[in-house]
Design a protein around this ligand. Structure first.
Ligand SMILES: [Zn+2]
Length: 233
């Protein structure tokens, strides 16, 4: 049987489902941006009848609280406290950030490329969990999902300059490289998330473009990977 996704059951609390699709899932369907693609991924995890809420992903810092399935166009992150409602975003090199708070009973799923990271979208997600659901930062757990690694993500000086020194590096070739994981991890810590509550999947979408979809490796016709996050009913 073809493996189509990772489940992060050992990293998340038992009440949470977090999963990330592999290229094999996309090759099977090629629905790309459609809502159906994201829904089918959640259903393929065994949650056949569960509603799915997804963000339109415009490289913003907007995170929305939702309580029903649907396509939320003007956002890059979504949050809920409704058990059984799955959140989904798609990526191909950008960083998916899964967050949960089992005390407050809420989750948030963020799509963070360089623009969203520059706009500190994970901080917006945490602020929303606090304001909307009564989370406190020390109770929030976070998982940085597969994304392009620092060694693969060359950016212009004008992008590197937007970030803190530790988030980007100048290579021996004089070019600049951005570490999306470092930038988002720093922002999580600045928001009060405890270091022991942050996990990272070290897989790079570009280094492993054999099993993952990478815009940098494959260009405009690249597929998409689905990140999905839900509270078990
Ligand atoms: Zn890489």
């Amino acid at each position: 049987m073809v493996v189509t996704h990772f489940r992060y059951d050992g990293i998340c609390p038992p009440g949470i489902v977090a999963a990330f699709s592999l290229k094999s899932f996309w090759l099977d369907r090629q629905y790309l941006e459609s809502m159906q693609f994201r829904r089918e991924f959640v259903h393929s995890l065994g949650f056949d009848h569960n509603p799915v809420a997804t963000a339109g992903q415009i490289h913003s810092s907007k995170v929305l609280a939702v309580d029903r399935g649907g396509y939320y166009a003007g956002a890059d992150g979504i949050a809920t406290n409704r058990p059984g409602l799955f959140l989904a975003v798609v990526t191909a090199d950008c960083l998916p950030v899964f967050m949960w708070d089992m005390h407050a009973g809420c989750i948030a799923l963020i799509h963070a490329g360089w623009r969203g990271s520059d706009a500190q979208i994970v901080k917006q997600g945490i602020a929303l969990m606090v304001a909307q659901y009564g989370s406190i930062a020390q109770d929030i757990g976070a998982l940085l999902g597969p994304s392009i690694c620092a060694g693969c993500y060359e950016v212009g000086l004008e992008v590197a300059e937007k970030f803190e020194a530790g988030d980007s590096a100048k290579g021996s070739n004089g070019h600049f490289y951005l570490d999306l994981r470092a930038a988002n991890r720093r922002q999580l810590l600045e928001s009060g998330i405890l270091p022991e509550n942050i996990a990272t999947d070290p897989l790079c979408t570009r280094c492993r473009s054999d099993i993952l979809c990478s815009y940098r490796a494959e260009g405009a016709h690249v597929g998409r990977l689905v990140a999905a996050l839900g509270i078990k009913e």
